[in-house]
Design a protein around this ligand. Structure first.
Ligand code: BTN
Length: 253
């Protein structure tokens, strides 16, 4: 069992994990999990804020110290975690979860989970990697501007779920999938399970990248986690997950 640190309130579990990682010695905190009941400055992708109401949801960061993962493959861990959250929610709630590339977990076309991975380098190698996970578990209502794109497991199933059990299940799924990932340093062994849940597959997507917008049809992912998008001329290109936002043509997915 890995080490679990819990706190009532923190700015961001990513920032907290980073401070602890910097103070730690060697691999003593490898696999440690930092969990908070509330975040006062939760971080989302692309510089966005992750609204983190107290008491109802999961805000956690998994820390990998001096991992075997090569720097160029670290962003794929976000997809590994995304698949793990989908599997854990499915197992506990008994419903199908979808994935919106690269790593939003979706129920009824609305987001229940976001993942943000950060890495600290040392001598050209990852010194540590932090995978931050936010899951809307028991939240009963959302602020107006989030209502059409965010939901919670509770709102979709009508049942409250134990956050402790879900944290345990997500981490167990992650370690199983991480082991498969490490064998090839890519998503080869996980691609089938990921694509089975990929809601964008064969759907038209709008890609917003560095101020430009393109439209195409998503066809799946590569072994390294890029989205394959076919343009109107039938040419397929790879979209990297960095500074890009992908949307459906008419809605969030
Ligand atoms: C996204 O924009 O979809 C990513 C959201 C990631 C949120 C989680 S909550 C726990 C961890 N700490 C943070 O500040 N952010 C991540």
């Amino acid at each position: 069992m890995e080490k679990i640190f819990w706190t009532e309130s923190v700015d961001s579990t990513l920032t907290w994990a980073k401070e602890e990682a910097k103070k730690s010695v060697g691999k003593e905190l490898d696999g440690a999990l930092f969990v908070a009941n509330e975040q006062t400055a939760g971080k989302g992708r692309l510089g966005r804020v992750w609204t983190s109401v107290p008491g109802e949801n999961i805000y956690m960061t998994l820390l990998l110290m001096q991992p075997e993962v090569r720097a160029e493959n670290a962003s794929s861990l976000t997809l590994v975690m995304g698949l793990s959250v989908a599997e854990a929610v499915e197992e506990m709630a008994g419903i199908d979860a979808g994935i919106k590339w690269p790593n939003d977990i979706v129920l009824s076309k609305k987001k229940i989970c976001g993942i943000l991975t950060e890495m600290q380098m040392k001598e050209q190698k990852p010194d540590f990697i932090m995978i931050g996970v936010g899951i809307n578990v028991n939240q009963k209502e959302f602020q107006e501007e989030l209502r059409n794109k965010a939901t919670s497991v509770f709102l979709e199933t009508g049942k409250e779920m134990s956050r402790e059990e879900l944290v345990t299940k997500v981490t167990a799924c992650f370690w199983k999938n991480y082991e498969l990932f490490l064998k090839t340093q890519n998503l080869k062994a996980l691609k089938e399970e990921y694509e089975k849940r990929l809601l964008n597959k064969n759907q038209q997507v709008r890609i917003l990248e560095k101020g430009t917008e393109t439209i195409g049809t998503a066809r799946g992912i590569t072994d390294t986690g890029e989205l394959l998008v076919e343009d109107l001329q039938g040419k397929v290109r790879k979209v990297f997950s960095g500074e890009v936002s992908v949307r459906g043509l008419y809605s969030y997915v």
